[in-house]
Design a protein around this ligand. Structure first.
Ligand code: MTE
Length: 312
């Protein structure tokens, strides 16, 4: 059997930006689309529903992009309920105006309007694999910017060791919040080193459009090397602290969900194997990779930490 291994810069045809979006972007940027920085484009304003930026090919997904319909209709978002079909209910969550607060160990607490913040960063597109702890996976073209850029704006002090990502709890839009046994608001955290890692990404777009409410619009964090529950949706507050946070799932079930939650096929969840994953769309089962295949970028973060439960 002939096996062809794609090179880093190769993408399947299905991953190519559709022509109308490319043309739209040129319009938005002025003809010719002046590129800024190392092959990256300035954002694209959200114009007629489009939000596009140049693709950064440093992180080749080596997988087909998941059909948009599958990625946007099969969701985990407990604020809207425990089922997967929350997409229509999530449309009730207003996406603008939206502010993001930086607080805790920062030089100066700030509350920034999201659109103002987006004018201060460079947007890029990354096609990233997402692996849920429940053993399903998707591959999505996200538009956003590295968390490292946001750290420059938030200006944490030298004593900050951890970052907490707190997400919206809007009682008028989110019926799941009535389930009072959950420790709302949904929040997850990471170390400063993880937040500064090039793979930690803030997404405001998906498939060339603003991230829809059900996938975490208007802004969510992505840790592509960790189980998906670390990637909080609809961020409202980013808090810097010197104490390791106990986040949503860890509070609920510490024996099953930990602080680190790095993907590892060899460390099973207490109730199921993590050796393989089901791809949304095709339902094909494929082997899971350590750090979800992003080890070359993130493994060094965990050197010498053998005493920690890094994969739970
Ligand atoms: N963020 C919030 N606020 N609430 C949630 O319930 N679920 C997490 C994560 N972020 C969740 C969340 C889980 S378990 C997963 S797998 C991903 O979102 C799912 O993201 P998706 O619906 O875009 O696929």
């Amino acid at each position: 059997m002939l096996i062809r291994i794609p090179r880093g810069w190769e993408l399947p045809d299905s991953a190519a930006t559709p022509e109308p979006l490319v043309l739209d972007r040129r319009k938005a940027l002025g003809l010719g689309g002046a590129l800024i920085g190392a092959g990256l484009a300035r954002p694209a304003r959200a114009q007629e529903g489009a939000l596009t930026a140049m693709r950064n090919t440093r992180y080749p997904p080596a997988r087909e992009v998941t059909p948009e319909r599958d990625a946007t209709t099969y969701n985990n978002y407990y604020e809207f309920g425990p089922g997967k079909s929350i997409a229509s209910g999530a449309q009730r969550l207003p996406q603008r105006p939206w502010t993001l607060k930086f607080e805790g160990m920062v030089e100066k607490p700030q509350e920034l309007d999201l659109d103002g913040l987006l004018r201060r960063v460079s947007l890029e597109e990354r096609v990233l694999r997402h692996r849920c702890v429940e053993a399903w996976a998707m591959t999505v073209p996200w538009t956003g910017f590295p968390m490292a850029e946001l750290l420059k704006i938030a200006a944490p002090t030298a004593s900050a060791k951890y970052v907490v990502f707190e997400t919206v709890a809007d009682r008028s839009a989110m019926p799941g919040l009535r389930q009072s046994w959950y420790p709302w608001p949904y929040s997850e955290g990471c170390t400063m080193a993880e937040a500064a890692n090039e793979m930690c990404f803030l997404a405001v777009g998906m498939y060339g459009k603003p991230v829809p409410p059900q996938n975490g619009g208007p802004i969510r964090v992505l840790f592509p090397w960790k189980y998906g529950f670390k990637s909080g949706k609809a961020l409202t507050t980013i808090r810097f602290t010197d104490t390791r946070p106990v986040s949503f799932w860890e509070k609920l079930q510490p024996s099953e969900y930990g602080f680190w939650a790095n993907v590892n096929p060899e460390v099973p969840h207490p109730r199921w194997s993590q050796a393989s994953e089901r791809l949304l769309g095709s339902n094909e089962r494929v082997p899971t990779k350590i750090f979800n295949g992003y080890g070359e970028f993130v493994a060094s973060l965990y050197e010498g930490m053998s005493g920690e439960r890094l994969f739970l």
